[in-house]
Design a protein around this ligand. Structure first.
Ligand code: DAH
Length: 338
């Protein structure tokens, strides 16, 4: 029995020594120590060992099991380090890791969020309207006559159905008043579309933010105060703002608003950022006609409206010289806003 134990151990150790992969190592473990393994089978012979020899033989079997187990473990470790070394071959662990690029908000999104934030603090609620509009909401209800240049095929994207891509967000004024009674105090950011020749200051899709405030006693002073405050929140409290008389079919009186831009290395200049005015009573009449009531009776309510170019605000804020940068998705440009 002693000799058998010795030779089983010697054989097992030699077998393990020769192994060079995990699979064979596992097979060897089962073949030696498993239920039908060589050493296990040998242990079964304990039954026939004379009583007085049992302790000694038992110890020898245990010692053999321990030696073999240690050898299996050592082999496993050796194979593992070999595999690790192989996996790392050709990899330079001293190279810096690959960094994950952080995305950032688009400059227009930043400006839109800011503009909405300022106006909401002043009590304006968000409103929305369709980008595919009809002529009534885009033009007629806004007191824009049939022969107005803005309605020209040359300037507006028309569908065969007679619908069109809204040329401004002012259509949301009409939709909002149709949908609810005064007081109304809303802003509507969104896209507008014109058949403009694309250049550094024009795109055929651009972004506006419309505002409308209608109540019993809204004055031109309210309009001026609101927009001055807005622009100074946007561009700094020192910002100079100018209201220049202008014409829009849907407001009377009407103004264009300029802010004075102090660009580095350039003489200060006035830049137009918005149109605005007091809502024309004819607009209220169109809305009433459609509503079939007098909720917006020009005798009972007044209002102001404004529409600003969000692209323009972004260009002023960051000194962006070419509006096309805002739609090209060039990461070299966008990264600067991260
Ligand atoms: N809709 C005008 C445009 O796109 C801007 C505008 C001017 C909006 C005056 C207004 C307004 O609400 O009162 O040029």
């Amino acid at each position: 029995m002693k000799d058998q134990i010795q030779s089983t151990q010697t054989e097992a150790l030699a077998q393990i020594e020769a192994i060079s992969d995990f699979r064979s190592l596992e097979d060897a473990r089962v073949g030696i120590l498993g239920k039908q393994g060589s050493l296990t089978k040998l242990s079964a012979g304990m039954r026939d060992v004379a009583k007085e020899d049992k302790a000694e033989i038992g110890q020898l079997l245990n010692a053999a099991r321990q030696t073999i187990t240690a050898s299996l473990d050592a082999k496993k470790e050796a194979l593992q380090s070999e595999a690790d070394a192989k996996a790392l071959e050709g990899i330079d662990l001293t190279l810096p890791g690959r960094s994950v690029h952080h995305g950032s908000l688009h400059p227009l999104t930043i400006i839109r969020h800011e503009a909405i934030g300022i106006l909401r603090r002043m009590g304006f609620a968000l409103a929305d309207g369709p980008e595919i509009e009809d002529e009534f909401h885009c033009f007629d209800a806004l007191n824009t006559p049939e022969d107005h240049p803005a309605r020209n095929e040359k300037d507006t994207f028309y569908f065969d159905s007679g619908k069109l891509l809204r040329t401004h967000t002012s259509s949301v004024q009409i939709r909002t008043m149709e949908g609810g009674k005064p007081p109304v105090r809303i802003i509507a950011p969104g896209s507008a579309y014109r058949r403009d020749e694309i250049d550094a200051t024009h795109l055929s899709v651009f972004n506006q933010l419309e505002g409308l405030y209608v109540d019993a006693d809204v004055s031109l002073g309210d309009l001026k105060g609101t927009l001055e405050y807005f622009l100074q929140e946007m561009f700094g409290s020192e910002t100079e703002v100018r209201f220049r008389p202008h014409f829009f079919p849907f407001t009377e009186p009407s103004f264009e608003i300029d802010v004075k831009l102090h660009a580095k290395g350039q003489a200060p200049k006035w830049i137009e950022v918005a149109g605005c005015g007091m809502v024309d009573p004819d607009v209220f009449d169109s809305v009433n006609g459609n509503r079939k009531d007098e909720a917006y009776s020009p005798a009972g309510v007044t209002g102001f409206a404004f529409g600003m170019g969000l692209d323009r605000l972004a260009m002023i804020r960051w000194g962006i010289k070419d509006i096309r940068l805002l739609i090209e998705n060039d990461t070299r440009f966008l990264k600067q806003f991260a």
